[in-house]
Design a protein around this ligand. Structure first.
Ligand SMILES: CC(=O)SCCNC(=O)CCNC(=O)[C@H](O)C(C)(C)COP(=O)(O)OP(=O)(O)OC[C@H]1O[C@@H](n2cnc3c(N)ncnc32)[C@H](O)[C@@H]1OP(=O)(O)O
Ligand SMILES: CC(C)C(=O)C(=O)O
Length: 555
């Protein structure tokens, strides 16, 4: 591939590294998350959202707890303009939420943007222009001085319009689009110029939003670029330093996280990472990454599937099954050793809850392979373990236990696991819990040649039992009896009388929901096999489990 066509980032932009503190910083509270789904996400859709879809998305964002929401690019289309008007006329914006509207540095489009927000008690008007050399030359055809003049005139117009809109509290935001490719001194000149022009103060701060419009370098480089601005921006206490990473290199999340370490206070992104090309940074991942560090994310993704359903409906795009935190498969293990670890971890978690009396959902989470408790985002444990040909005994046992009350004895697990492996290798498919149970029943509980009729047990003296029955072996039917110290040894004796020599090697039995399940490992006809049975009484289940083993040995 012609890699020589591309240049390393250091040949494309100057990144002045003075001091760098971000590598040892820690994030102890959430930045202000600002979803831009209704603008940047929307502009990347083949079919942009209509008002009902936008409204549904907006309500989701409000319900999730976002406090600043970019609601559109009102000068772009009637749809976007009408949606902002819809928010105003339906009084849809709660008191603690501030809508953001986006505008280029063009006078007529700025005017249209202000028309859209008339009547909103609060708004942020967000001005953008591309600032990097390639965009200045190729797109705008303006040099640095001309870009600054365009920005200044736009900003002055915005200030005048805001002043005129006395009934609403308007704040300002500026984005030097393609910040990550722009000379740092030019960005400082623009941002500081606007901080002055808009007369930013701590109680009416300006937002300077520094986009990685197209990712160009590893996240540490973006962190250096952000820390540089954090240290050098004028009137720092009157500036909200914001970032807007895209995901062209697949490192949008890392860029945002390092940017926060480097001093960013606000992060723009989209739910599940929709947006131009490879998308905007994903706010769900960012927020839940913080959550998984024990930091309050300040938004509520307690029902991640409901959030995902709405986002998929509005964007008309599916969320990938492997998407962090929200994908269908992200709390699911198919592979044997992972399942074993998860099953043991869940069991220990439940044990700790029972022993301590602390509810399971409040105990510290330490289950292998599950970064967070799926229940915290509204997922059940049902789909955590799923079985196919790569699964092992732990996973199979877990599913039989949790879905069918079958608690396989340790020694039986490898045996059934081999049966499952063969079946799933043959089918090439996953085996559902129902199919596993059917396979279990067909393997260990099926009737065979030897049948038992009219049986009874008599305890003749302490430690002396007599088993009386009619046994059918193929066409032969005969009455038999046997004695032993317990009911099962008496049954084994009766079987011997009918010509079926059996030794019980291992045995287990348990009761759940009024039903007993018994498992018997027997040696008969030079083979060792397991049999199992379920019945209302423990005795019946035990006898039938031994009989099943005998039948399996005969097969
Ligand atoms: C990184 C980002 O996400 S930026 C946001 C991108 N989003 C969108 O573009 C979605 C909405 N946009 C639109 O609906 C349209 O582009 C409009 C209404 C804004 C403008 O439409 P048009 O007037 O037809 O212009 P067009 O779409 O071709 O844009 C190109 C023009 O805008 C200029 N331009 C681009 N960005 C800016 C800016 N921030 N400020 C001022 N002018 C700009 C270009 O230089 C070009 O001008 P030219 O025609 O004189 O060369
Ligand atoms: C202009 C900014 C906010 C943007 O959308 C981008 O650079 O991607």
């Amino acid at each position: 591939m012609p890699h020589h066509r591309y240049r390393p980032f250091q040949d494309r932009v100057d990144v002045p590294v003075t001091e760098r503190t971000w590598p040892s910083a820690r994030v102890e509270r959430a930045p202000l998350w600002v979803p831009v789904d209704l603008r940047d996400g929307n502009q990347a859709l083949a079919e942009p959202m209509d008002t009902p879809r936008k409204r549904r998305f907006f309500d989701l964002l409000v319900g999730t707890g976002f406090k600043e929401i970019e609601v559109g690019y009102p000068s772009a289309s009637r749809t976007d303009f009408d949606f902002v008007r819809h928010l105003v006329t339906t009084d849809a914006v709660p008191d603690d939420v501030t809508p953001v509207v986006f505008t280029p540095a063009r006078p007529e489009l700025i005017d249209r943007t202000f028309e859209s927000i008339a009547g909103l008690p609060r708004a942020v008007v967000h001005l953008y222009i591309a600032t990097s050399p390639v965009w200045r030359d190729v797109v705008l055809g303006r040099d640095r001085g001309e870009v600054w003049r365009t920005v200044r005139e736009a900003a002055e117009r915005m200030a005048r319009r805001a002043e005129a809109a006395r009934d609403s509290h308007v704040r300002f935001q500026f984005s030097p689009e393609t910040y990550n490719l722009t000379e740092p001194d030019f960005v400082l000149e623009l941002c500081d110029g606007l901080t002055r022009l808009w007369d930013a103060s701590p109680d009416r701060p300006v937002t300077h939003n520094l986009p990685a419009t197209v990712e160009i370098a590893t996240p540490n480089v973006y962190a250096d670029q952000i820390e540089y601005m954090h240290r050098h921006l004028a009137r720092r206490d009157s500036v909200i330093l914001s970032v807007h990473p895209h995901n062209d290199r697949g490192t949008g999340v890392a860029c945002a996280e390092l940017a926060v370490l480097a001093g960013a206070q606000r992060v723009e992104g989209c739910l599940f990472g929709n947006g131009e090309r490879t998308g905007n940074v994903d706010l769900v991942t960012l927020a839940l990454n913080l959550y998984a560090q024990g930091v309050d994310p300040m938004v509520d993704f307690g029902d991640i599937d409901a959030v995902r359903d709405t986002v998929e409906h509005c964007n008309r795009l599916p969320v990938h099954p492997r998407h962090p935190y929200g994908g269908d498969l992200v709390y699911t293990a198919f592979s044997g050793t992972h399942q074993d670890a998860i099953s043991k971890g869940l069991a220990r978690h439940a044990r700790r809850a029972a022993e301590s009396g602390v509810p399971a959902e409040r105990l510290p989470w330490e289950v292998p392979y599950l970064p967070i408790d799926p229940a915290d985002v509204g997922r059940s444990y049902e789909a955590v373990i799923r079985v196919n040909s790569q699964s092992g005994k732990g996973g199979v046992a877990h599913l039989l236990r949790t879905h069918h009350g079958i608690d396989l004895p340790e020694r039986m697990r490898p045996d059934f696991s081999r049966v499952v492996q063969e079946a799933t290798d043959d089918s090439g498919r996953e085996a559902t819990p129902k199919e596993l149970y059917e396979l279990f029943a067909a393997t260990y509980m099926a009737e065979g040649d030897v049948r038992l009729h009219d049986w009874s047990i008599h305890q003749e003296a302490p430690g002396v039992h007599r088993f009386v029955c009619t046994l059918q072996s193929g066409d032969r039917v005969g009455d038999h009896e046997g004695t032993g110290t317990g009911p099962l040894s008496a049954f084994v004796d009766a079987l011997a009388g009918a010509g079926h020599q059996v030794d019980i090697v291992d045995f287990a039995e348990h009761k759940a929901d009024g039903e007993s399940t018994a498992y018997a490992e027997c040696r008969s006809n030079d083979t060792t096999v397991w049999g199992a049975a379920r019945a209302a009484s423990a005795l019946t289940a035990s006898v039938e489990a031994v009989l099943s083993a005998v039948n399996r040995a005969l097969r």
